[in-house]
Design a protein around this ligand. Structure first.
Ligand code: NAP
Length: 529
């Protein structure tokens, strides 16, 4: 498929007139000549939002089967793009081919998972409390609940997952599954990849006979287009993955609207890893080596990167540091996604290293002449320093981490209380550590969306039980997840129908349950009428 550099507004290819931009190859540090992308502005936001508004009532009312088939058609169309998609994504992001092939599999798997979620119908939350006309002292009305989509959703593609968290990524898949039209603002770090995937979705909208405004893809630079999108009255929710600054700016904007809307922003997390004494005593070297693998995966450009390691000081912790340092020393420098992200990594590591009482103990291989290539780094400090130095707690987006030596377990507890909200917390534990872990867990449950044992947090499974979310500032709304089947809940709200004639009710609430969905009837889960 030849790239045009045009936006996709409904079924139209639209040339943006608010400036031009070429994609950038971070590995060669040069612009990619073709095509030239035309940036959009307020007029294009308006056009896409009006189409999405028109499409909403039609799209949300197509059968669940048709909605599921649409998601599957998107998955098929993405696969049909073949190597062209992977090669373009590789050129625009510097991510290795194998990683991108894996990410494509995840993206397609995610769309298929949501097709299953849609067919299953459980997400509708269908609940029926039948009328009790004889009830004393007052009769009860017939009350029936089902969830409906919020309305058109704006999605900001993430830079670090050009497929799985971008144009057809988790936010788009879950919003479309909920019955919401989607308008994506492409991330400027992978415009060509975005156009290819956008065309795959546009094609699926056409072949499945869905309304034109079900999907649009916009290009915009300098924040203006993103701001116009979040401010547009037709937009009813926002999905975002990116910087803390960007996420919070969008939350403020959404709250300042005459009609505030939810922004589901996944922002920053340093993913503390607690090394417990028995685990360290029995396998400090192995933990050190596997930690360094997790830290450097994807040049550390994961929201779940293990950026903080905590343990009680002693010889076993020294063994861990020595092993992690040795493993890190042979990790090659890796190309980062954009020059901006590379610069942010360099200044973040410089600030951390400049804090008094912080020591750099290990480095990966140097980048040499390679542009935008991050050298891994490991720092060590003590608990008192961490508690005093907010810069040590900021996300260093890239392959860098800080090891903190605590005096005793109480100091570890103090740090656990002190750290901000996180996507994940990891425990390296053996059986002898369980009593101490049990003391820590209540604190960790308040701090993190996912608590894992004896692994590392990178690698987020897309499944029904996953939580990829957490308290501020890891996300802007700790009640939801952006990965996994329940990500659909972000774009739904419940409506209660009181005494409505059956003909006016959503099908999921008809007595005979024609959709065959799981329901709660008179308080009985899974019961039939
Ligand atoms: P970003 O700067 O937050 O940008 C993400 C998207 O949001 C872009 O499309 C950007 O549009 C838009 N945006 C940001 N601020 C905005 C605002 N105030 N108003 C309207 N739109 C806004 O993230 P990034 O470019 O991906 O990376 C920058 C840094 O974010 C990284 O160095 C890293 O620290 C962090 N990051 C974290 C994660 C994570 O998962 N935790 C993931 C990726 C990045 P424009 O292109 O118009 O600016």
């Amino acid at each position: 498929m030849t790239l045009s550099g045009d936006m996709l507004i409904g079924f139209a290819s639209v040339r943006g007139t608010e400036g031009e931009q070429r994609a950038f190859n971070p590995a060669s540090n040069t612009e990619i000549a073709e095509p030239v992308f035309g940036m959009g502005g307020g007029a294009e936001v308006d056009r896409a939002a009006s189409l999405a508004s028109e499409a909403f009532d039609v799209y949300r009312n197509v059968s669940l089967e048709k909605r599921a088939a649409f998601l599957e058609a998107i998955a098929e169309n993405i696969l049909e793009l073949g190597d062209a998609l992977i090669e373009r994504a590789h050129a625009e992001t510097g991510l290795p081919i194998a990683r991108l092939q894996g990410e494509r599999g995840r993206t397609v798997g995610q769309l298929r998972l949501f097709a299953k979620v849609v067919r299953d119908g459980h997400f509708l939350g269908a609940t029926i409390d039948r009328a009790q006309p004889e009830r004393q002292p007052l009769p009860r009305s017939d009350l029936r609940l089902a969830k409906v989509p919020l309305g058109p959703v704006a999605v900001f593609g993430a830079s670090n997952f050009p497929l799985a968290f971008s144009v057809a990524g988790g936010d788009t898949a879950s919003a479309l599954a909920a019955g919401a039209p989607v308008i994506v603002k492409a991330h400027s770090a992978h415009l060509g990849t975005s156009e290819l995937v956008g065309r795959a979705i546009q094609q699926a909208v056409k072949t499945q006979g869905l309304p034109e405004g079900t999907f649009s893809l916009l290009f915009g630079a300098g924040r203006k287009l993103g701001e116009a999108l979040v401010s547009h009255p037709a937009i009813k929710a926002v999905g975002f993955t990116g910087s803390r600054q960007g996420g919070l700016a969008l939350v403020r904007l959404a709250n300042a609207r005459p009609e505030p809307i939810p922004v589901y922003a996944e922002m920053s997390s340093i993913n503390p890893v607690f090394l417990f004494p028995a685990a360290l005593a029995s396998r400090a070297e192995t933990i050190g080596k596997t930690f360094s693998d997790s830290l450097t995966l994807g040049a550390g450009q994961f929201c779940t990167n293990p950026g903080l390691v905590l343990a009680v000081d002693g010889p076993d912790l020294e063994r861990f540091i020595a092993s992690a340092s040795e493993a890190l020393a042979s990790k090659p420098a890796q190309t980062m996604l954009t020059p901006g992200i590379f610069d942010a990594y360099c200044s973040g590591t410089q600030s951390a290293g400049a804090v008094q009482g912080v020591q750099k103990v290990a480095e990966g291989e140097a980048a040499g002449e390679r542009a935008n290539a991050a050298q891994a780094a490991l720092y060590v400090t003590d608990a008192a320093r961490l508690l005093d130095s907010p810069e040590l707690e900021s996300e260093m987006f890239g392959p860098a981490s800080v090891v903190v030596r605590a005096r005793d377990f109480n100091e570890l507890l103090e740090i656990a209380e002190h750290v901000e909200g996180q996507l994940t917390v990891t425990l390296q534990i053996d059986a002898a550590d369980y009593p101490a872990a049990k003391r820590l867990l209540p604190v960790l449950e308040r701090k993190a969306g996912r608590i894992l044992a004896n692994g590392f947090p990178t690698g987020v499974e897309v499944c029904h039980a996953m939580v990829h979310g957490g308290p501020h500032p890891s996300t802007s709304n700790a009640m939801y997840t952006s990965v996994g089947a329940t990500a659909i809940d972000r774009f739904l709200r419940p409506v209660c129908y009181q005494d409505l004639p059956e003909l006016l009710l959503p099908e999921a609430l008809h007595d005979a349950n024609p959709l065959g969905v799981w329901r709660i009837v008179d308080g009985e889960p899974g019961a039939s009428l």
